[in-house]
Ligand binder design. Structure first.
Ligand SMILES: Cc1ncc(COP(=O)(O)O)c(C=O)c1O
Length: 383
């Protein structure tokens, strides 16, 4: 056992069949010598708005910058509060802090890893200017109660959909439910660029116009500045790469979903789903795109060491919730404030789920996990 090593992600497997097309697209941009804005960006924005079912698709420099731009377009600033989850990649809370606002953190629903809507509603104060749910690992947050709470308070919702491109909630594409949707094309995402890139989406024409203005230093026309923006532009080279890859997104996501279904069967057949391993759920009203397949187990650190020793890729998303991060110490949260998130930080582990994963590789992953769980049962029987 453990003779076959399995990486957490194998980007070469996705790159190889598209290599010729990708290099031709890059060459096209080099030959044009048009690297900033221009036809590749315009074409990608048109193609993505159709493909994702969103009205306005605004390409940006990264997922982080999509969040920052959304907050700036909604005029969130110092003294304001934004309600968000404590369990996400740092960019979510980091963007809120970067505009000078205070992240007001809440716990997760332990079944989905996503923000608890009741706690989000309860955290709203007269200073709250937005709610920022995260569709973590590719599964939508429970948007109806979040939107209801936001509408009652008269504040917008910014969807952090960085990990959830193409996912849906009650048949609605993510990124179309709140005022803005923020996506990342970081290379490990379901649709990855060859570097940093991101996307901001909105259904609101006025917000789209404001975001486009802020994306290029609030400049209109050239060298006339109405508002202070920044440089949030996507490179034309990244747009050209994404134009080659985007038509394959649905197929790649189907591959991930099929692998998730196969994991369920394999974990069930091995009795592991009843024997100490909790599998990710997919509520009937949502489509999960499995950017990550995150399992939970009591001795997560032990399992991680075992998988590392056997060459099985894995990663902890995320080991420290925002409320316990040193940079947010002045927010005043204490250990124990958000028990579900703290437990998830200790128990969860992502295992390989990329589309090109083979049945044999998945069997190796599950049997290696089974071996660890059996050793534990054996050890506790002896003690
Ligand atoms: C939930 C979440 N939000 C925001 C981001 C930021 O995206 P980027 O890395 O493109 O800046 C990421 C990326 O990893 C993410 O996972």
């Amino acid at each position: 056992m453990g003779v076959m090593s399995v990486p957490l992600l194998d980007l070469q497997a996705q790159y190889a069949p598209l290599r010729g097309e990708l290099l031709a697209a890059i060459t096209r941009v080099c030959d044009s010598q048009r690297f900033i804005m221009g036809p590749e960006i315009d074409a990608l924005e048109r193609e993505l708005s159709e493909r994702l079912g969103v009205t306005h698709a605004i390409t940006v420099s990264s997922g982080t910058d999509a969040l920052l731009l959304a907050l700036m377009a909604l005029d969130v600033k110092a003294g304001d509060e934004v309600v968000t989850t404590t369990h996400s990649f740092f960019a979510t809370a980091g963007a809120i802090a970067r505009v000078g606002a205070t992240p007001v953190l809440v716990d997760i629903d332990p079944a989905t890893f996503n923000i608890d809507p009741a706690q989000a509603a309860a955290a709203i104060t007269p200073r709250t200017r937005a709610i920022m749910p995260v569709h973590l690992f590719g599964l939508a947050a429970d948007m109806d109660p979040i939107m209801a709470a936001a509408n009652r308070a008269g504040i917008p919702v910014i969807e952090d959909a960085a990990q959830a491109i193409g996912a849906s909630y009650k048949s609605r594409p993510l990124g179309t439910i709140g005022a803005f949707g923020c996506f990342s094309f970081f290379p490990s995402k379901n649709l990855g660029a060859f570097g940093d890139a991101g996307l901001l989406t909105t259904e609101d024409a006025a917000l789209a116009e404001r975001a486009r203005l802020l994306r290029t230093h609030g400049m209109k026309p050239k060298y006339y500045h109405h508002v202070v923006g920044a440089n949030f532009r996507m490179d034309a080279l990244q747009a050209a790469v994404l134009r080659v890859k985007a038509p394959h997104l649905a197929g790649w996501t189907e591959g991930r979903r099929a692998n998730a279904a196969r994991y369920r069967r394999l974990f069930q057949d091995a009795g592991l789903d009843r024997g100490g391993v909790t599998l990710p759920i997919e509520p009937a009203d949502r489509t999960h795109i499995f950017n990550q397949f995150v399992i939970r187990t009591a001795d997560r650190d032990g399992l991680k060491r075992h998988l590392d020793a056997h060459g099985i890729g894995n990663e902890i998303y995320y080991p420290v919730p925002f409320h316990l991060q040193p940079c947010f110490a002045d927010l005043g949260y204490r250990p124990g404030a958000f028990p579900h998130a703290e437990r998830a930080a200790q128990e969860s582990l992502a295992i390989p789920i990329y589309g090109e994963l083979t049945q044999a590789q998945q069997e190796t992953v599950v049997s290696t996990i089974g071996q660890f769980m059996q050793q534990r049962v054996g050890a506790s029987a002896r003690s």
